[in-house]
Write a protein that binds this ligand. Structure first.
Ligand code: HEM
Length: 346
């Protein structure tokens, strides 16, 4: 979904893996994996040869070539559309300012392709990871889910679709998003920065060319900034001015300062609209609990063992395992006891 949103915004096409003839989704997945890999040659130059023997170099070469073909075709298509007078998207705007008349500097073809790739690489993973964490937390906190559904459905009363215009008064929805960003920043270590000259950090002398990694994940759990930091408590944001736009350093999923994320407004809008649409239309009736303590495990698997002996219904198992007639997915009861006894004899 996020891949398609980003590609529609940038090129007005959905590159969901089929229609362009180029496996764009797989390519972008490989790109994100490669961007996250630690290249030993970057840190210890004389060990650069290691990147060759562990095939990092050849993977980089292949992805760069395939991505270039995709970006070239996107730009070619766009040029044809623009000359046919179609409305402009992100690529259309970049092409328009390419000659530098508006900006004061011309945009080389490679710069244009690199900027375009930024949107795909930085935009897709971060947005869908955030949405996945929000849904996970809501499923684990059914009362929060119910309050959010009541808010969204109340404000969107009578409407078939929730739109951007409805978001203004959805305070609970915004609180849920902030609390999820606090506990699960999608870019937990942000993007490294490097000092351009000697500088002091908390009284320590730091030489030029030192890398700094900011751990947003730990900061979101800081005992001095947050009460009960490990608990998911969205209500704390209902009467608080703390925001993630870079002024409150205890909540920095997008970072702050000069190199902060330029797409924060776009990203938040996509997350808010998508979440509002999901909870407006769907009911997630089944609560889920995650047991993470020894006492809870003992309670489930010993004290109330029988109560917890069923399996949740699973569509995949119904389809693939002959209507869940296997041992792992069949419901607890006479049939399961019989086939389980067969497996124990083997
Ligand atoms: C939930 C969504 C997102 C999160 C949490 C996020 C987070 C971040 C973070 C932490 C940085 C590093 C900032 C720094 O070093 O100070 C960053 C940079 C950046 N982000 Fe995002 N981002 C998101 C969505 C997007 C989207 C949708 C786009 C583009 C369509 C985007 C484009 C960029 C770019 C181009 C940079 C580099 C900025 C620079 O170095 O000057 N991001 N983002």
């Amino acid at each position: 979904m996020t891949n398609n949103i980003i590609s529609r915004v940038t090129t007005r096409r959905a590159y969901n893996g089929g229609d362009s003839g180029i496996p764009v989704k797989a390519l972008l997945e490989e790109l994100l994996i490669l961007l996250g890999i630690f290249s030993i040659g970057d840190y210890i130059p004389w060990l650069k040869w290691v990147d060759k023997i562990n095939s990092l170099d050849s993977r980089l070469k292949k992805v760069a070539k395939d991505l270039d073909a995709f970006l070239e075709s996107a730009i070619r298509n766009k040029k044809a559309e623009c000359s046919a007078g179609e409305a402009k998207d992100f690529v259309g705007v970049l092409l328009e300012i390419q000659d530098g008349k508006e900006t004061g500097f011309p945009l080389q073809r490679d710069s244009l392709k690199a900027i375009l790739l930024n949107s795909f690489a930085a935009g897709t993973d971060s947005i869908y990871t955030t949405l996945e964490w929000i849904m996970t937390e809501l499923l684990m906190h059914p009362r929060a889910m119910e309050t959010l559904q009541n808010e969204v459905r109340g404000l969107a009363q009578g409407k078939v679709e929730v739109t951007e215009d409805d978001l203004g008064n959805m305070h609970y929805l915004k609180a849920v998003i902030k609390e999820t960003f606090r506990l699960h920043p999608p870019v937990p270590l942000l993007i490294p920065r490097e000092s351009m000259e000697e500088v002091k950090l908390l009284g320590y002398h730091i030489p030029a060319k030192t890398q700094v990694i900011i751990n947003a994940w730990t900061i979101g759990r800081d005992l001095f900034s947050w009460d009960d930091p490990e608990d998911y408590q969205q209500d704390k944001f209902l009467n608080s001015n703390i925001d993630f736009r870079g002024l409150n350093f205890e909540l920095i999923p997008f970072r702050a300062g000069r190199r902060g994320c330029p797409a924060i407004t776009f990203a938040i809008m996509v997350i808010e609209v998508t979440l509002a649409k999901i909870v407006h239309k769907f009911n997630f009736a089944k609560p889920v609990i995650v047991a993470s303590s020894v006492n809870a495990a003992r309670d489930i698997m010993k004290t109330n063992n029988l109560v917890w002996s069923n399996r949740p219904k699973c569509k995949m198992a119904d389809r693939l395992l002959y209507d869940s007639k296997d041992v792992a997915f069949s419901p607890y009861g006479e049939y399961w006891r019989k086939i389980r006894s067969v497996t124990e004899k083997v």
